[in-house]
Write a protein that binds this ligand. Structure first.
Ligand SMILES: NC(=O)C1=CN([C@@H]2O[C@H](COP(=O)(O)OP(=O)(O)OC[C@H]3O[C@@H](n4cnc5c(N)ncnc54)[C@H](OP(=O)(O)O)[C@@H]3O)[C@@H](O)[C@H]2O)C=CC1
Ligand SMILES: N[C@@H](C=O)C(=O)O
Length: 266
């Protein structure tokens, strides 16, 4: 598939609501044509009409259920062959917040399929074209829960920890190329995700809740400032540096080759 206008295209997953819909608006305002992916065709079509009028760009809805193999394969094909896709926003995600012991296998696998498998497949599909062009941007939406587990978030936190480590690894692999991977770790943001998760939005402390507009604008401001890891709500940026320093020291401590003395072995 080739775009005859050769305009830069951003493909955004989970664009039918919440954070993804605001990314669509903001990237259109920056001049990108859009491919918007989600399951709800009516929402996608309305958004494409509204955004293309507002910003004078082309916006195409692509209906896909990214927990289904054939639907992910269709999006992989677009990413691998389109030629004008310069930005992939891996935003589609789902949370089912409940103790793991009370979570059905289906709910667990849905979170893994969407938050991990689809994100990985789409990233892997677009990377060869980006690397060949030595240009491209992948924005991976993780969560503050990537570094924190609650008694109701074992599976969700696990999926977001994957996004964190996968993105960090890619950043190192691609460091000498023109391909950028931005990892975004939002905290609670006011979206439909909450009511679907089992924890109603109304139950959250409003003071800890960010608007979607603030979240996306902060993430894009971080990107413009050259950040590859963006914590939209964290005021003290040195906290991540300290976390990284402690993590690096811990990893170095594992490279001993013998049991730690406290285990009194041999
Ligand atoms: N809200 C929050 O507090 C936080 C959210 N995040 C992350 O932000 C991202 C966006 O979530 P948010 O905007 O909050 O939530 P929303 O529920 O508003 O948006 C989720 C989007 O994902 C799409 N989606 C869900 N299931 C599928 C599927 N099977 N196939 C394709 N698309 C699907 C939905 O569209 P449709 O139903 O039409 O398919 C929707 O567009 C997620 O990755 C989430 O984990 C991270 C931290 C905090
Ligand atoms: N999606 C939210 C809740 O689980 C989050 O990531 O904070």
């Amino acid at each position: 598939m080739t775009n005859p206008s050769s305009k830069k295209v951003a493909l955004i997953t989970g664009a039918s609501s919440g954070i993804g819909a605001v990314y669509a608006d903001r990237l259109a305002a920056r001049g990108y044509d859009l491919i918007l992916v989600a399951r709800r065709a009516d929402r996608l079509e309305a958004l494409c009409t509204q955004i293309s009028k507002a910003h004078g760009i082309k916006a195409e809805p692509v209906v896909a259920d990214l927990t289904k193999d054939q639907d992910v394969a269709r999006i992989e094909t677009i990413l691998a062959t389109h030629g004008d896709v310069h930005v992939l926003v891996n935003n589609a995600g789902v949370a089912r917040l409940a103790p793991a012991a009370q979570t059905s296998a289906n709910d667990a696998l849905t979170q893994i399929a969407l938050n991990i498998t689809a994100l990985t497949r789409l990233t892997q599909a677009v990377m060869p074209a980006f690397v060949a062009r030595n240009q491209g941007l992948i924005i991976n939406i993780a969560s503050a829960l990537a570094v924190h587990s609650l008694p109701i978030s074992a599976i969700y936190s696990g999926t977001k920890a994957f996004v964190l480590q996968y993105s960090r690894g890619l950043q190192q692999e691609l460091a000498e190329t023109g391909v950028k991977v931005q990892l975004v770790l939002p905290a609670a943001t006011a979206t439909e995700l909450w009511d679907l998760s089992g924890v109603p939005l109304a139950a959250l402390n409003k003071e800890t809740l960010m608007t979607t507009e603030h979240m996306v604008d902060a993430a894009l401001a971080g990107l413009d400032q050259g950040e590859m890891i963006t914590w939209p709500s964290v005021a003290d940026a040195s906290l991540w540096d300290k976390y990284e320093a402690a993590r690096t020291e811990l990893f170095a401590g594992t490279q001993a080759g013998t049991p730690a003395p406290r285990y009194k072995i041999g």
